[in-house]
Design a binder for this molecule. Structure first.
Ligand code: APR
Ligand code: PHB
Length: 395
């Protein structure tokens, strides 16, 4: 098998890249180790920055998002039983975000890819990237056989390989002499999906002495909620009633706001990690999305960073095709990393602003409240948050 761009992984990064390349007249093959149902059901964040929305529209992948996505013009910060709304358009010259789940972005991109006949091979696992520093990099892969076992091995010969294979993928290991920067956190998120209308029309980020809580949503009738829990928590150790009781406590305010309860349909624990691998390129192998960097979910930046990476790669390759110049491809890693580090900084700030660390001193607790009070009372501090939340420019 031979193609111009071999793409490993059909998460948001790999799927959008295939679409962008298709639109630019560049052929690609996507290899995905899991099956289609798995990719379409995996629950992740659901906040699209303004720039991500623009990219999906330009790519012709926004039809359903424009019907079903929920435009949000702000978020609420809750602390000390107080409520403070951050008004995005007023602070950023009209920017907003879109609530549209990552599962739906993936479903839309998969449907488009299959419709345009672009090769998207599920149950096909990349085993290794070879020859990244030659003109003909290759991806060795294995296709799952009938019944899930065995299967045929093959080689995909490419001009370029893009590793969009997430944090646990194989592509990163083919970038030698890389440097990694990492931080883990002593807590996780217990996330639930519930069949109940969201209790607020915008997201609520709550800081409480008992721990952080987040109210989000998937649709006007499905709520997504999170609780900060200790890092090694088993989701099943929390009963549904305990979860609702704890959410109620952490969202408590001095006014008459109430939390609506409903049947919980899914429960899972998400670990928190900050991670960056530098550089994001070796020869003709490029890393994009979670394969190169992870952010804790507090800033909702994971998917948006992946989009920035693949847009940067697609532009650079189209530039090379049009002009013969490698300049933009050579700048890929530095261009992406500048934006990545801004998102790392913001995600870290949001995480430490809102979570209670198990070893936090009373002094640090007070500082946290002072930081929140500053955001609620200074337009400059609030603007900084609003600009970062609605997104940094791509490229
Ligand atoms: N071969 C083929 N596919 C692989 C391999 C492999 N060896 N290893 C992993 N994959 C696939 C995974 O099954 C997964 O579908 O690569 C895909 C990676 O997808 P994501 O983990 O979603 O990563 P990415 O596309 O970078 O997503 C970026 O989107 O939803 C957000 O928060 C999420 O931060 C994440 C962001
Ligand atoms: C979500 O809806 O899953 C979500 C929203 C905002 C975040 C993280 C997750 O910061």
């Amino acid at each position: 098998m031979r193609t111009t761009v071999g793409i490993i992984g059909a998460g948001p990064a790999g799927l959008l890249l295939a679409r962008l390349l298709h639109n630019a007249g560049i052929d690609s093959v996507v290899l995905e180790s899991r099956d289609r149902a798995y990719v379409e059901r995996r629950q992740r964040a659901g906040i699209l920055e303004q720039g991500t929305v623009d990219v999906l529209r330009e790519a012709g992948a926004a039809e359903r998002m424009d019907h079903e996505g929920l435009r949000h013009d702000g978020i609420e910060l809750r602390f000390d039983r107080r409520r403070h709304r951050v008004d995005f358009p007023a602070l950023t010259g009209g920017r907003s975000v879109m609530v549209y789940a990552q599962t739906e972005v993936c479903k839309d991109l998969i449907a488009l890819q299959l419709k345009s006949g672009g090769p998207l091979l599920f149950e096909t696992e990349a085993l290794a990237v070879e020859g990244a520093d030659t003109d003909r990099p290759r991806v060795r892969f294995r296709q799952r056989g009938e019944g899930g076992e065995g299967g045929a091995e093959g080689v995909l010969e490419c001009d370029y390989v893009v590793g969009c294979d997430g944090f646990w993928g194989v592509a990163r290991s083919a970038v030698p002499d890389g440097r990694t920067f990492e931080r883990t956190y002593p807590f996780s998120w217990l996330g639930i999906l519930a069949d109940v209308a969201p209790s607020h029309d915008e997201l609520v980020y709550a800081r409480h002495d008992r721990g952080f809580a987040l109210l989000s949503m998937r649709s006007p009738s499905v709520s997504r909620l999170y609780l900060q829990v200790p890092a090694d928590t088993d989701a099943d150790s929390w009963s549904d009633e305990q979860i609702w009781d704890e959410l109620e406590r952490r969202f408590e305010t001095d006014d008459d706001w109430t939390l609506r309860r409903g049947p919980i349909t899914q429960k899972s624990v998400t670990p928190m990690r900050s991670y960056v691998h530098e550089p994001m390129r070796h020869g003709r192998l490029f890393l994009a999305g979670d394969a190169a960097h992870i952010v804790p979910p507090t800033g909702a930046k994971g998917l948006n960073l992946a989009v920035g990476d693949v847009v940067t790669f697609a532009r650079a390759l189209a530039h090379r095709t049009a002009t013969g110049s490698d300049d933009l491809l050579d700048a890929y890693s530095a261009t992406c990393l500048r934006r990545v580090w801004q998102a790392e900084r913001f995600s870290y700030d949001m995480t430490t602003l809102l979570h209670t660390a198990p070893d936090a001193t009373p002094f640090e607790d007070r500082l946290q409240l002072a930081r929140l009070d500053r955001i609620a009372s200074s337009r400059a501090a609030e603007t900084d948050l609003a600009e970062a939340y609605t997104g940094f420019p791509i490229g």
